[in-house]
Structure formats: structure tokens, C-alpha cells
Design a protein around this ligand. Structure first.
Ligand code: ADP
Length: 322
């Protein structure tokens, strides 16, 4: 393997830069040339492909977002369009491609490795949602978790000053991990996630009991995939007369300097992706399981649901918020 390329695709996440930096430095350390593909698969089609040097990734490890930029490129799902992208890779003599992104981005990488045997592909999980099979954690999850915790700690100050119930809506369409981990970390009264049913009437009763006991405030953590914060507040107020306020954290969850945990994870996964390419591996996504680096075939990542909702944490959060 003499030349590889790296791109970031789909939703950005803090730590993507650290992952790209690791890919670039690990490759150059091993005498492999590295090309950055700007704007994800769109840049691959537009031949927005440029050689990266050691210095190209200097001063990026601490930066959120992705300096390679990310883009949605729906037309990449069509084989005839992908052919153009593959031709561009061939034109530059690229033999290996590292894709940092989510499930959709992995599908693009899988197609490339199926459609041309001389380009090997490896995926690195970059998304704050923690919703990718084959890994316990995705790059960006820990930073987003810390952003939510910081925000809710501030909300809590005003919630207790005014004895209010705050409904905090966080990201997570299909995966409630951010709501779950953040909920446990901030001592939320209730955590609403897509993976578990919670009766709003029960939440109302719990909040009421807390108020009677002299509780100064309540925090309800809602994953967007379950319902919106406003829907939750409207439902709650059908059962109890509380001053419920809604906070939708939105895109601040995606930004910011990556946490230590994310920088370490991104660096490890970036380095490992290059090692796999050097060993001739292809069609796999890297990950971390029980603190061990793993490589899982894309096919299994798409079809084997091994990223289970952590019911132990969910039950513990319930027990600790009586
Ligand atoms: P994520 O990678 O975060 O899941 P998307 O689902 O938006 O984000 O996918 C990112 C990009 O990956 C898409 O814009 C498209 O270029 C490519 N992609 C998604 N699905 C496929 C597919 N089935 N085949 C080929 N490319 C795909």
C-alpha cells in the first residue's frame, strides 16, 4: 500500500479531525502517501482530492467539526455516479480509502470495495449519536455528552431558583444513549428514550411526589426520537400543574473541542484503520469493544444489532432518581 485517501462524511462530530490526523500521521510514519478528499463523497466526484503532509493536520487535534468538510451526496447511492468517484481514486493511484462517518457513509465505502477490488476501504465511526454497531463508542459521543452535562448543570441553577420542571430535549433519533448517559450524569428524574416505553402519567406522579417531598426542581431528559421536549411538556401538564419549561439543546451538542476520551478514541481508531489497510483488510468498520480495538465487516455492522441499549444504566438511573 503506497497511497491512501481519507474523507469525512455525513453529520460532523467532535474528534473527526483527531481521527483524520491519526490516519495521516500513521500513514506517513509508514511511508504511505495520504490524500484528503474534501466535502465527503461529493468531493470524490468533483476530484477535490489533495495531498496531505504532516503539517496539514497540525493544530487540528483540538478542533471540533472537520477541516476536510462534510457533505451529503445522495447521488452517490447510484452505481453509475460512484463509477466517476472510483475513476478519480484510480487517477490518483489511491489503493486504500478511510471513511469517517456514520452508517450511510459506511454504505458508500462498502459499495466502493465491492465494485473495485483494487481499492480497499475501512470505516471509522464518527457521530455523536453512538448508534453504530461494532463499537461500544463512536467518536464525538463523549464530547456531546459533556456538552449536555454542562448545559443542564446551568439549567439546573435556574430550575432550582424558581422551583421549575425543565424538559431537556437532546439528539438521538433511533438511539437514546445521549439521553441515557446524560440523564444519569445530571441526576434527571426521568429519561425518555426510543428504546423504552415510559408512561407520562407515571412521570407526572413522580414529579408531584418529589415536589411534595420538598424537591426544588426536576429535570426530564428526552431523546428527540422519543418525542419533542414540547410534546413532553404538553403531555405532562395534562396531569400536573407545574411550571414546565422546555430547553432544546440542538446543534450545540455537535460542536466544541473534543474531550480527552474522544481524542484518544479518534487517535486509536485512526491509527488502527491504517494498520488494517497495510494488512490488506477491506470492507470493515473499526471500533472499540471492552477497550479493545475491533474490526467488523460492514455487512455485520448493517445487519447484526450488537449495539444494545444499556438497560443496566437505565434501571440504575431510575433507582437513583426516586
Ligand atoms: P451518516 O454517514 O452520518 O449516516 P448519511 O446517511 O447522510 O450520514 O450518509 C452520508 C453519505 O453517505 C450520503 O450523503 C451518501 O453520499 C453516502 N451514502 C449513504 N447511503 C448510501 C448508500 N446506500 N450507498 C452509497 N452511498 C451512500
Amino acid at each position: 500500500m503506497k497511497k491512501i485517501a481519507v474523507l469525512t462524511s455525513g453529520g460532523d462530530s467532535p474528534g473527526m479531525n483527531a481521527a483524520v490526523r491519526a490516519v495521516v500521521r500513521k500513514a506517513i510514519y509508514n511511508d504511505i502517501e495520504v490524500y484528503g478528499i474534501y466535502q465527503g463523497y461529493q468531493g470524490l466526484l468533483d476530484d477535490d482530492i489533495h495531498k496531505l503532509e504532516l503539517g496539514s493536520v497540525g493544530d487540528t487535534i483540538q478542533r471540533g467539526g472537520t477541516f476536510l468538510y462534510s457533505a451529503r451526496c445522495p447521488q452517490f447511492k447510484e452505481a453509475s455516479v460512484r463509477k466517476r468517484g472510483i475513476e478519480n481514486l484510480h487517477k490518483h493511484g489511491i489503493e486504500g480509502l478511510v471513511v469517517v462517518g456514520g452508517d450511510g457513509s459506511y454504505r458508500g465505502a462498502q459499495r466502493i470495495s465491492e465494485e473495485t477490488k483494487d481499492i480497499k476501504t475501512i470505516g471509522i465511526p464518527g457521530t455523536i449519536d453512538n448508534d453504530i454497531n461494532g463499537t461500544d463508542f463512536t467518536i464525538g459521543f463523549d464530547t456531546a455528552l459533556n456538552t449536555i452535562i454542562e448545559s443542564v448543570d446551568k439549567i439546573r441553577d435556574t430550575a432550582s431558583s424558581h422551583a421549575r420542571t425543565f424538559i431537556v430535549e437532546v439528539m438521538g433519533r433511533d438511539c437514546g444513549d445521549l439521553a441515557l448517559w446524560a440523564g444519569l450524569s445530571v441526576g434527571a428524574e426521568t429519561i425518555l428514550v426510543p428504546e423504552a416505553h415510559t408512561d407520562i402519567k407515571d412521570i407526572a406522579e413522580k414529579i408531584e411526589k418529589g415536589i411534595k417531598r420538598g424537591k426544588k426542581h426536576s429535570i426530564v431528559m428526552v431523546a428527540e426520537g422519543c418525542m419533542t421536549g414540547q410534546e413532553c411538556a404538553d403531555e405532562l401538564m395534562k396531569y400536573i400543574n407545574v411550571d414546565a419549561r422546555v430547553s432544546v439543546l440542538g446543534h450545540i451538542q455537535r460542536g466544541g473541542s473534543p474531550s480527552g476520551a474522544d481524542r484518544v478514541l479518534a487517535s486509536r481508531l485512526g491509527g488502527y484503520a491504517v494498520e488494517l489497510l497495510m494488512e490488506g483488510e477491506t470492507g470493515k468498520g473499526v471500533g472499540i469493544k471492552n477497550n479493545k480495538l475491533t474490526a467488523t465487516p460492514f455487512e455485520d455492522i448493517f445487519n447484526k444489532d450488537d449495539h444494545k441499549f444499556n438497560t443496566d444504566i437505565y434501571e440504575l438511573a431510575k433507582e437513583l432518581s426516586i
